[in-house]
Design a protein around this ligand. Structure first.
Ligand code: GUN
Length: 296
């Protein structure tokens, strides 16, 4: 079982040491601004975790919680303000945005050197051309790469099947894994809603990466014995009340039928506690990197 929660602690320790070094060298910590538009409950919970983690590692953190009905122009002005703020190294606009706002335009307004999500077309292009050597890697794919490396899953020469073709996970992880070089060099297949026989492809995979957003989509019959299964799905399947705090907690399920898959897979990531914590840790890594890049 590849526990993202354990790997996260090691990564955040590394970041905390970097923060101390940056403070000594430059007189200030890395700065991260999170911009949230509206009150989507999933987005609220993601952003609050990002803020908490930024605080924990010693960043300067700024929160912009903007109303659902904010105009596109006001949002763009807010981004530009942080593009010009010397104490801010990373700008994160939580997606999705309300329908009246053009997401592409928003992402392109973020200065690429502060684009810690790596969603700007410049950073997407760098990833296509340079793979893991690009200045910023999107946080979830970067977290998956860390999990594979730190768990010593053989990647070079492996058959990888990616389920899902999103810009945030499917496309970038496929690109990272097919790059030449020791840490990648895999043979990658991407399957999606237009694929004829998804199960047949999955069964060939040495490494199966599932980012479809469909709870329990992947059955044990789809998994080759001993394969590495990375479950990126975060599906809210219900709600419960904490016996300790009395607060509502979301019941989360991945895209993989975890209990059954555990019997077949050689490696597997749980949900929650798998890829999610890695995504947030990589955001912190990217913010440190952003400060270093602007300083050198
Ligand atoms: N929405 C879902 N995943 C992400 C992410 O990694 N970054 C941002 N900004 N929004 C998201």
């Amino acid at each position: 079982i590849i526990r993202g929660t354990d790997l996260r602690e090691a990564l955040l320790d590394e970041v905390a040491v970097d923060v101390l070094r940056m403070k000594e060298q430059y007189g200030r910590p890395p700065g991260l601004v999170t911009i949230l538009v509206g009150e989507n409950p999933a987005s609220l919970s993601y952003v609050s975790l990002k803020i908490k983690t930024a605080h924990r590692v010693g960043f300067k953190e700024v929160q912009e919680n903007l109303p659902e009905n904010i105009s596109e122009n006001e949002l763009l002005e807010c981004i530009k303000k942080y593009n010009n703020d010397e104490t801010i190294d990373g700008i994160l606009v939580q997606l999705p945005l309300p329908g009246h706002i053009n997401e592409g335009k928003v992402i392109e307004t973020i200065d690429p050197v502060k684009d810690v999500d790596a969603f700007h077309p410049v950073n997407v292009g760098r990833l296509m051309q340079e793979g893991a050597a690009a200045p910023f890697l999107p946080c979830t794919p970067a977290g998956i790469m860390e999990m594979l490396i730190r768990s010593e899953v053989p990647v070079a020469g492996a058959e990888v099947v990616v389920v899902g073709r999103s810009n945030i996970v499917g496309k970038p992880i496929a690109n990272l894994l097919l790059q030449k070089g020791a840490a990648a060099n895999a043979t990658v297949t991407v399957v999606h809603t237009g694929t004829r026989n998804i199960a047949e492809h999955c069964l060939r995979a040495d490494i199966l990466i599932v980012a479809a957003g469909v709870p329990n989509l992947v059955r044990p019959e789809w998994i080759k014995a001993g394969a590495c299964v990375i479950d990126v799905g975060v599906n809210r399947v219900g709600e419960s009340v904490s016996a300790v705090t009395g607060k509502k907690i979301a019941l989360l399920r991945g895209d993989v039928d975890y209990d059954a898959a555990l019997e077949v897979a050689g490696w597997i990531t749980p949900v929650p506690g798998g890829v999610g914590p890695m995504t947030i840790a990589m955001l912190m890594k990217n913010t440190v990197k952003a400060m270093k890049l602007r300083r050198t």
